[in-house]
Design a protein around this ligand. Sequence first.
Ligand code: PGA
Length: 256
Amino acid sequence: MKYIVANWKMNLGIRESVALARGTLLALQGKDVVPEVVLCPSATALAEVHKTLARTRMHLGAQNVGPARAGAFTGEVGVAQLEDLGCTYAIIGHSERRMQLGEPDAAVALKLAAVWESSTIIPILCVGESKETREQGQADAFVKGELLSALQALKPKRKKLLIAYEPVWAIGTGTPATVADALSMGAMIRSTVVSLGFKEEDVAVLYGGSTTAENAYSFLREPEIDGLLVGGASLKMQDMHGILNAACDVISAQEV
Ligand code: PGA
């Protein structure tokens, strides 16, 4: 299984979001085997995009979630509300939230715990080091710290857990990590998560950061890379089609 998660970030109005969702759907038309595609529009467009995705093979995801199912958290959207909107995935701990909005590890852990209790929403936990951390040779230790902080209090159970390795220096910069770096960090992530009691078959490790139609195949063809979290390129229909085609090609090739 390969995952392609489209993170549209704080872009697009409702109508534009629906149009992009429709356009993205066209890429899967006529394909027998397709990746698990998750579109993550802004919270304002979730309801309308949900209607567009109903009875299709694509899924709806939220870019963020409040720290509980429901309650006194002014301005937040809780897990129960995301379920109500038809979300089946939720991104948690994106580095833009951690770094630009000051979201601490403790908040990420609370959000993950809240989503973990949902019977319908699968979490996509983002982790990744800064440039300075990598230059200091601390990338593995830093990412491991993020994982432990988010996962340690979580009770393993038979539920999918997606982890997106997104080095901060690769996001929106045009400079992706090398496939080798993504693979070695991916292996560390997988072994750390499994050491906490999660079953290997329930864990998927994605890569994110400056992925494009041109480089998608080189990541996706690696069996250990379970998919991509795509930002900028997911806003451009043609680029997204290229990425989805690459995923379909890889899946078909692996099936023969
Ligand atoms: P990018 O963003 O693909 O534009 O680098 C990825 C992300 O932030 O999830």
